[in-house]
Design a protein around this ligand. Sequence first.
Ligand code: FPP
Length: 250
Amino acid sequence: MSFFKNIFKKSKKKEIDYNNLPQHIAIIMDGNGRWARKRSLPRSVGHKEGAKTLKRITTFCGEIGIKYLTVYAFSTENWKRPKSEVDALMALLLEYLKNAETHIGGKDVRIKTIGDVSVFSDEIKKEIDRVTKLTGKNTGLELNIALNYGSRDEIVHAVKEIAREVAHGKIKTDDINEKMMIDKLYTSGVPDPDLLIRPGGEKRLSNFLLWQSAYTEFWYTDVLWPDFREEHIVEAILDYQNRNRRFGGI
Ligand code: FPP
C-alpha cells in the first residue's frame, strides 16, 4: 500500500457524516469465482479469499458504528452448483463458524443467521447454535449471515405461518397486515437495509431481501468481492449520504 493511497483512504473516511450512517448495510458477496479464474485457481480459493474479506469488512463496519450487516453467503439456488463447490463452501462455512471467536471481526459482534438452516449437516447446525449463543449478548454490530436463504422462500414461509394462524382461528384474514408479514420474515427484529452493496459488476438482487429492500439504496461496483476493501465501504457510504431518501414522499 503506497503512502499516498493510505492518506487518501484516511481522508475519505473523515468525510463520513457519522450522524447519518446507514444503520443497516446488506452485501451480496459476488465475484469469488471470477477472482479465482483470473488467477487460474480453483473457485474454492476465491471463496476462501471472500471469507477473509468478510472478516475485514465486518471488523470495519463495527468500528465505524454500523449496527447491522447482512451478507449473502449461500442462496437457496446455490445448491445447483457442482457438488465439489458446494462441499468446499460447506467446509469453509464450518471452519469459519468453528473459528468464530477469532475469525469474525471483533469481540463485540453478535452473529445470527437468516434462511432455512435445517438442511445443513448436524455439525454445521451445532456450530450455528454455538456461535449464536456465544455471541448473543454482544452489543456491537449484528452480523446476519444468509445461509440457504432465498427471499421468495422466506416470503412463502411467512405466508404459511400466517395461514396456519388463520386456520387455527388465532387471527382473521382481514386482520393480516404488513407488520404481521415483517414479524414472520427471517429478518424479524432487524430494520430494513438502508444500503445494499453488490460487488462483482452485476446489477440485480438475485432473490436477496426482496421485501426488506423496498426503499433500500443500491450501490454497485465492478470490484470483485475478494478485492473489496474498507475504502469501498467508505465510497458506498459517502454516495449513500448524498442521496435524497423520500420513501415515497416528496
Ligand atoms: C458468489 O460469488 C459467492 C458465493 C456464492 C459464496 C459467498 C461465500 C463467501 C464469500 C465465503 C464466506 C462466507 C462464509 C460465511 C464462510 P460467485 O461464486 O458467484 O462468483 P462468480 O460470480 O465470480 O462466479
